[in-house]
Design a protein around this ligand. Structure first.
Ligand SMILES: Nc1ncnc2c1ncn2[C@@H]1O[C@H](COP(=O)(O)OP(=O)(O)OP(=O)(O)O)[C@@H](O)[C@H]1O
Ligand SMILES: [Mg+2]
Length: 265
């Protein structure tokens, strides 16, 4: 079991000697094995929320908890994928993926089994001995995702993980992530600017509004997805053609337009 809860979270930052409220009254629940996407205007505090769940940042008031325990620091139960791939440039692909497993004390046989499994799923087989600079951006991001998945974390925290990818690689990654998420559901908090991506991937979408950042509306996608059987379609473009998909997408866009307080990308 792993759930994430933000309870009346506030975050005040100091900028140019003045205090400003970046997040106010944020209450979000990500249930066990639920995929929740956060969308919202630039600067509304999405990354700050994710960093608080990761234990890299702390609320000024309210609490962030994972499995009912208040998050105080990073831990192996939560893996983070950042937008910038954050691979070790001096380590090979294999060593990058293995690094976290060694720190967790996972034995060599199990390490090999898990790495081979996820490298295969991410289409990285054959690149084990390559260094990050020898890979394309999309491949590097797949290494970063494999590195998070091999840890078998209860919680995956992803901050615009596909933001830097070209359109085609992005689609491949989205389809792979949906496949992984349906085969092997995890508790996922996923930040994106892309409305279609949120509707395609998430069980629920949290739409944030800006200045100060807070939760505007929460949209249940899973009920629609299951009722309309989107999973019959393997390709993202076929899902996106569904009238129920188009309807949800326009609804989220409208909320974002009304959200104000920042720019939309
Ligand atoms: N360490 C910090 N010190 C001061 N201000 C900060 C700090 N971190 C974030 N902020 C401010 O808090 C607000 C929210 O930032 P955050 O990065 O969480 O936004 P975001 O929703 O992720 O934006 P984007 O969509 O552009 O990535 C911004 O106004 C930012 O300038
Ligand atoms: Mg951000």
């Amino acid at each position: 079991m792993a759930s994430i809860r933000f309870d009346n979270v506030q975050r005040v930052f100091r900028q140019n000697g003045q205090e400003f409220v970046a997040l106010k009254d944020v209450t979000i629940e990500v249930r066990d094995r639920e995929f929740v996407a956060i969308v919202g205007p630039s600067g509304c505090g999405k990354t700050t929320c994710l960093r608080m769940a990761a234990g890299l940042e702390h609320p000024s008031a309210g609490t962030v908890s994972v499995d009912r325990e208040v998050v105080r620091r990073p831990g192996p139960d939560r893996a983070v994928v950042f937008q910038a791939f954050a691979l070790f440039p001096w380590k090979t692909v294999w060593d990058n993926v293995e690094f976290g497993l060694i720190s967790l004390g996972v034995d060599a046989g199990e390490r090999r089994r898990r790495i081979e499994h996820y490298m295969g799923l991410m289409g990285l087989t054959g690149y084990e001995r390559a260094f990050p600079h020898q890979l394309s951006g999309g491949m590097q991001q797949r290494v970063a995702i494999a590195r998070a998945y091999v840890l078998d974390p209860k919680v995956l925290l992803m901050d615009e993980p596909f933001g830097a990818l070209d359109a085609q690689t992005r689609v491949v990654m989205q389809e792979e992530l949906v496949r992984l998420a349906r085969q092997n559901p995890r508790t996922v908090l996923f930040i994106t600017h892309a409305v279609e991506e949120a509707v395609y991937l998430a069980d629920r979408i949290v739409v944030m509004t800006g200045r100060p950042g807070t939760v505007g509306e929460v949209i249940d996608v899973k009920t629609v997805r299951e009722a309309e059987q989107w999973d019959r379609h393997n390709r993202i473009e076929d899902v996106m053609d569904q009238p129920s998909f188009v309807h949800l997408r326009s609804h989220v866009w409208k909320l974002l337009r009304d959200a104000g307080g920042g720019t939309l990308h």
